[in-house]
Ligand binder design. Sequence first.
Ligand code: DC
Length: 219
Amino acid sequence: METDVITIDGPTSSGKNSVGFLLAQKIGYQYLDSGSFYRIGCVLLIRNNIRLENLEKVIEVFKNLQIKVKQNGQPKFLVNGEDITEHLHDPEVTRIVSAVSAIRQVREAIKLIQYKLVNSENTVMTGRDIGSEIFPKAEYKFYLTAGAEIRAKRRFKQLVQKDQDLKYGDVLKAMKDRDQKDTTREISPLRIPEDAIVIDNSDLTVEQTVKEMLKHIYA
Ligand code: DC
């Protein structure tokens, strides 16, 4: 591969996306969050009323995914010319994406998309299996983490703006459940990639985390 890729993996709300975006900006790379690819396919499943039991159709949607990325500020995703970025975090998408991303053939289809997009430009890519399975030979593989309570507080702060009745305890519980699912799933479980640089950013801001990464990159 001619182009360079820096991988950032980590659990939910570990700050991967804010950190990945800022790091990419600082070093002039494109930024891609691989969770978005799974979410894009889910938007199409919902729009086309394809149920998860219809495995053949689900796989077909992912195999035929044609994604264009517009990098000007936060990446925008175009599917058939339509910018669908604002739908990626719709609750119905979030509800199914975990199950969809556990389908082997879906992961294989997304892998090809990831290779193609990285082939054309230097990239910072975030996700769950980017350093461990997709680009294990990347020169810089980071694993970001933070305590579950700190991550739950971050998530709560984001979500409570939309739902005033939300309880912190529920967010913490959901976070722990999700950690458990992500780390124990049979296919591509979340794990620290070999040779990864582990950064616990419990007490670090986004800027401080990126500064820490740059120390390794420019060491
Ligand atoms: O980071 P996120 O919440 O946008 O990710 C959406 C889902 O996709 C999440 O359930 C885990 C899955 N995912 C994955 O399996 N592998 C990745 N590299 C990225 C995300």
